[in-house]
Design a protein around this ligand. Structure first.
Ligand SMILES: Cc1cc2nc3c(=O)[nH]c(=O)nc-3n(C[C@H](O)[C@H](O)[C@H](O)COP(=O)(O)OP(=O)(O)OC[C@H]3O[C@@H](n4cnc5c(N)ncnc54)[C@H](O)[C@@H]3O)c2cc1C
Length: 629
């Protein structure tokens, strides 16, 4: 099909609400080049951009204007910035970053010192960082989706303090099951499926019944070579001990040193022809088959290890501690803001009221008289400590807003942003600390939400989720949405639904941190039009044989790109073995005079509880150092 015909058939010309041009172009400061290609044309957008940030669609997550100054920052252009606007403001505490860690830091500070003045600065047009809410408004109804962090869920136990914060916010984690609408998919007999694509498996075929059909029947339907089919059936069955003859200690030592891929090919003797089946399968921290240490795969219960009798990993899973809102942890960010800036979200809110609370008054987030203020669209580019090193008197914080460099002063500063940016914000840090802060490379992630006018094609196939190992989005699922607070989005197959599509871009073959950099580059440079085409093409192929019509059925797209996604975590394959206190995140997070470091990077773990714990530690460090605790 000619490209123009394909575009028309897929509906690339259709007017759906989206934002694919960069309103940040005019905001680029210090001759910084934009980190996302500004190639898409304004002609593709529909009407004016909504004033309400959660309703902005198109390229979301780290949207263009939020990161417009990042390149200039990394080049050192702001080491001694020219201040365009000295606001004359002085705060007791300035927090850089309004994600869950920054908001929690404000909460802890306010709890300790209620009369002090706190300013939270964030580069996005919305608060919450990864806790991002997408709202699709369609025919008068609002459909919610999570554009980033999905749930309170952690393999590591929540600290007392992190649990208590959730209790203070009115989130009753043990009640989660009450709000997960499992009946819906059971009613329509929808289950999991696998899409085998022609590029990797020779032909496009959707096989329904992943995990439900006996594996020999499932793989009998898949387009696989005989060798691949035989090995996949074997691996999904009861496996022998592929390391027979070795002691448990020897097995653990070997598995820690090799990748899961190497284990499958070399020790489990799996045919390389079966390897594409493992593409796109995410391990811990989104590692792939080639970057997951075999030991991690074994401990996560992946295929092939059941014959080895390895001891379980102590205290990794705390699976019952889970809570999911329809907008993910954006509801937690909103609960925090409701406590910090009551004028923006009036009334006392808890988990039952926050989801459907009246729209946030964004214009009240940064009100003069309020003790805590949240200033959005403000990218911090410099934090300069004042006074002698032994007795600092405070700090000046410079940020870019509306294309101009502003300055505020603070007695204390919490950096709740990204570790890798901190050496550019505070170039005076010692080289050892800067090196440690620069070590982690955050995990790039793409959470795309597509509003479909109807989900009858999924119902016709009997699928609620599609694993597509070789496709751009390896994970696609209908979002049945949590019903907490009376929210109910999904009803019959002829009504709208949000489809959640996940990609973790990487480049197999490279070392893990290089793979992350390659994935970050992909996300920063891909235009919305390229994303949209990939989405429409993939859905059309996966739902072939149904009456799915990408042109008619897609009602809205939000591409939440997170080049700076999950915090980096260490493993036995990619990182040197070292004492816990020498780990880069520990060396990197040391307090520097009146500047303390929060955010989940400082805990080297990509979880909400880490964001809370690091906020608490950073606040404590400052309170103690200033004699306020
Ligand atoms: C797609 C995705 C899904 C996830 N799912 C889960 C999940 O289900 N459960 C879970 O527990 N965790 C999840 N996480 C991990 C998540 O990172 C943490 O749970 C937590 O939300 C991190 O909070 P944070 O405040 O440390 O970081 P962030 O949310 O990244 O917040 C940092 C903030 O600082 C801002 N900032 C950076 N630089 C500057 C600057 N120079 N000036 C001003 N502001 C700046 C950033 O833009 C951001 O808003 C997920 C992460 C991603 C990306």
């Amino acid at each position: 099909m000619a490209r123009a015909d394909e575009f028309r058939a897929l509906g690339m010309h259709r007017r759906i609400p989206r934002r694919d041009f960069l309103n940040g172009v005019a905001l680029a400061v210090g001759a910084g080049t934009l980190r996302d290609g500004a190639r898409a044309s304004a002609a593709q957008t529909v009407g004016a951009e909504p004033a309400y940030p959660p309703q902005r669609l198109g390229l979301r997550g780290q949207h263009g204007s939020a990161v417009a100054s990042f390149d200039a920052l990394a080049r050192g252009d702001f080491a001694a910035p020219r201040i365009d606007v000295d606001t004359g403001e002085r705060y007791d505490l300035v927090i850089v970053g309004g994600g869950l860690s920054g908001l929690a830091a404000a909460y802890f500070w306010h709890a300790a010192l209620p009369n002090q003045r706190v300013l939270v600065l964030d580069n996005h047009d919305d608060f919450g960082g990864h806790a991002k809410r997408n709202e699709f408004v369609h025919h008068g109804r609002t459909y919610l989706a999570y554009g980033g962090t999905m749930s309170v869920a952690t393999p590591y136990p929540y600290s007392y303090m992190a649990k208590q914060l959730l209790v203070d916010l009115g989130v009753e984690v043990p009640r989660n099951q009450e709000f997960q609408d499992r009946d819906l998919f059971e009613k329509y007999k929808l289950g999991a499926s696998t899409f085998f694509d022609r590029e990797h498996f020779g032909t496009d075929r959707l096989v329904v019944g992943t995990g439900r059909l006996p594996w020999d029947r499932f793989f009998a339907r898949a387009p696989l070579s005989e060798a691949a089919r035989r090995d996949l059936i074997r691996l999904h069955g009861t496996n022998p001990d592929y390391l027979a003859g070795q002691s448990v200690e020897q097995k653990i030592a070997l598995l820690a040193r090799i990748s899961y891929e190497e284990f499958l090919l070399t020790h489990a003797k799996m045919s390389p022809e079966a390897l594409p089946f493992f593409l796109g399968q995410g391990g811990r921290n989104n590692k792939r088959v080639d970057t997951t240490p075999a030991l991690e795969a074994a401990r996560a219960g992946r295929l092939g290890f059941d014959g080895m009798n390895l001891p379980p990993e102590p205290s990794f899973r705390q699976g019952s501690f889970t809570f999911h809102f329809p907008d993910g942890n954006a509801s937690i960010a909103r609960l925090l803001v409701s406590r910090l800036v009551p004028a923006a979200i009036p009334g006392h809110h808890d988990m039952q009221t926050i989801v459907k609370a009246p729209p946030v008054a964004y214009d009240r987030l940064d009100a003069d008289a309020a003790p805590t203020r949240v200033r959005l669209n403000s990218t911090v580019v410099r934090v300069a400590v004042d006074g002698p090193a032994a007795r600092p008197t405070g700090a000046r914080v410079a940020y870019v807003r509306d294309g101009r460099v502003h300055q505020v002063r603070a007695d204390s500063v919490v950096l709740a942003c990204y570790n890798a940016l901190i050496p550019h914000l505070v170039p005076e840090l010692h080289d050892t600390q800067k090196e440690a802060l620069s070590y982690p490379v955050k995990v790039p992630m793409l959470y795309t939400n597509v509003l479909l006018r109807r989900w009858a094609p999924f119902a016709a196939l009997g699928v609620a989720s599609i694993n597509a190992p070789g496709m751009y989005y390896p994970n696609v699922s209908l979002d049945s949405a949590s019903t907490v607070g009376g929210y109910k989005a999904v009803t019959t197959p002829d009504e709208p639904i949000v489809v959640h599509m996940v990609r973790n871009p990487n480049k197999p073959g490279l070392p893990r941190r290089e793979q992350h950099r390659a994935g970050q580059h992909e996300l920063r440079t891909m235009t919305f039009e390229e994303h949209e085409l990939a989405i429409r093409r993939q859905m059309t192929r996966m739902l072939a044989g149904t009456d799915f019509d990408a042109a008619a059925d897609i009602a809205g797209i939000a591409v939440n790109r997170w080049p700076d996604g999950y915090s980096y975590t260490y493993d036995s394959l990619a990182d040197p073995d070292m004492a816990p206190e020498q780990r880069p995140h520990v060396v990197g997070r040391a307090r520097f005079g009146p500047v303390a470091i929060a955010n989940s990077d400082a805990g080297a773990a990509a979880f909400t509880n880490q964001a809370f714990d690091e906020a608490h530690r950073a606040v404590q460090e400052l309170l103690v150092s200033r004699g306020l605790a």
